[in-house]
Design a protein around this ligand. Structure first.
Ligand SMILES: [Fe+2]
Ligand SMILES: [Fe+2]
Length: 423
């Protein structure tokens, strides 16, 4: 039987946005809020479409967590490169529960483009225009305040934006004073109430939104691309071998996915393995762990946060060969083990390490040094080869997807650069 969801995915995403580049803080949730209020004033869309448009508004810049792209998004120069639209399109198409709307993300800045290699229906083009309208209203207000907004909108009426969409926004603004609520931060409570009371996502949809979000961070470079995925696959295979209950497995999977979500605050540019080693160190600094706790407090059920907290403590004991002064719950031990293995593997960039008795020896040594009960480790030992093989197969398939996405990202950006120079 399915209980209530263990996670409020909209809250997790909004809380994570608070730790992004300061110039972009809350941009996605403000755009989602403007759209949410506008949706209250129309019968043009079904309830489901309204929810989908809300999520598109929240995540429209999901491909943008690279410094260079944030500069270009905040600009009003339409000739800027818009690589984040391409990367966001690919993330949406590949992982999200709304792959059919990926084209909306691709067109959300160049809404009127006619010759893109990815065609768009006029129904989706209108949604892209609507999202771009909410996006520009927010950016305009961040840069200039509300003064002059109407004359800016009038200037773009009929060219960039549909005049009827502008009137629709102005009517909604008059009725609800959206911009005032944004200014006073009251909008955050309205947004939470909306998702709490009107939003029901299935477990599969929540999982896919979470994957889209995590991969938008991990796929910023080759070094981190598989970081979360290795740990998730490992923890899943270890829990399967331990015959954990379905509920425990769900907790373990979510705790492994969310274990390092504070990484959103770390720089994305890694050029070599030394940078990656430094990144791993930063991941386990108290400040990054505090960001993870801050993002998850109130957005996930307490057993997930407790599991993550205990896994941090375990990893710290292992790092310092310090005897444990608490008994971890099995879920926390599995999450910590998975990350210890994932970090060793990805930092050495050596897939054969998994077949090497060195890793097992290393784990046994850690358990001894920390005077730990080794029941779980012994189960892992017994099925080590089988667990590793399954994990490697699953990771190989994600790695292929990652490379295909990067190739498509490169070729689409080339085509669009040519297109944007020409038209
Ligand atoms: Fe954008
Ligand atoms: Fe935006």
């Amino acid at each position: 039987m399915n209980g209530p969801p263990l996670i409020n995915i909209v809250d997790v995403i909004c809380q994570s946005f608070h730790h992004l580049d300061p110039r972009l803080i809350n941009h996605g949730e403000r755009v989602a809020y403007i759209l949410m209020k506008m949706m209250e004033e129309t019968n043009r869309y079904t309830q489901q479409e309204k929810h989908d448009i809300f999520m598109l508004g929240l995540l429209h810049d999901i491909g943008a967590y690279k410094e260079k792209e944030i500069d270009s998004m905040l600009s009003f120069d339409l000739n800027d490169s818009m690589e984040h639209s391409v990367f966001g399109y690919l993330l949406f198409k590949t992982f999200s529960p709304l792959p059919e709307y990926a084209d909306v993300v691709l067109y959300h800045h160049h809404c009127n483009a006619q010759y893109y290699p990815v065609p768009i229906t006029s129904y989706h083009r209108d949604i892209a225009k609507l999202i771009y309208l909410a996006d520009r209203i927010d950016i305009f207000c961040v840069l200039n305040g509300e003064q002059g907004l109407n004359s800016f909108l009038e200037k773009c009426s009929g060219t960039v934006f549909l005049p009827s969409d502008i009137r629709w926004f102005q009517h909604t603004e008059q009725k609800y004073q959206l911009l005032e609520h944004i200014h006073s931060m009251e909008y955050q409570e309205e947004l939470s109430a909306y998702t709490r009371d009107h939003f029901t996502l299935t477990e599969a949809q929540i999982h896919n939104y979470l994957l889209t979000f995590i991969f938008s961070v991990d796929f910023r470079n080759d070094y981190t691309a598989l970081h979360t995925n290795y740990a998730v696959q490992l923890s899943d295979n270890i829990s399967h071998n331990l015959k954990m209950t379905t509920n425990s497995r769900k907790t373990i999977q979510l705790a492994t996915l969310l274990h390092n979500i504070g990484k959103i605050s770390l720089p994305s540019k890694l050029n070599n393995t030394a940078d990656y080693d430094q990144y791993l160190q930063q991941l386990y600094r108290t400040s990054t762990q505090d960001i993870t706790r801050d993002i998850l407090s109130g957005s996930v059920e307490s057993q997930i946060l407790n599991t993550i907290n205990e896994s941090f403590l375990l990893l710290e004991c292992w790092a310092n060969n310090r005897p444990l002064d608490f008994t971890p719950v099995p879920a926390a031990e599995i999450v910590a083990l998975s990350y210890l293995m994932s970090n060793s593997l990805t930092s050495e960039r050596n897939v054969s390490l998994y077949h090497h008795p060195r890793l097992l020896k290393f784990l046994q040594m850690k358990y001894q040094a920390c005077q730990m009960n080794d029941t779980i480790l012994r189960v892992l030992e017994k099925s080590f080869d089988q667990i590793i093989e399954k994990t490697q197969n699953a990771c190989a398939s994600i790695y292929n997807i990652y490379h295909r996405m990067m190739d498509e990202d490169h070729s689409l950006n080339m085509i669009l650069l040519h297109y944007n120079n020409k038209y």
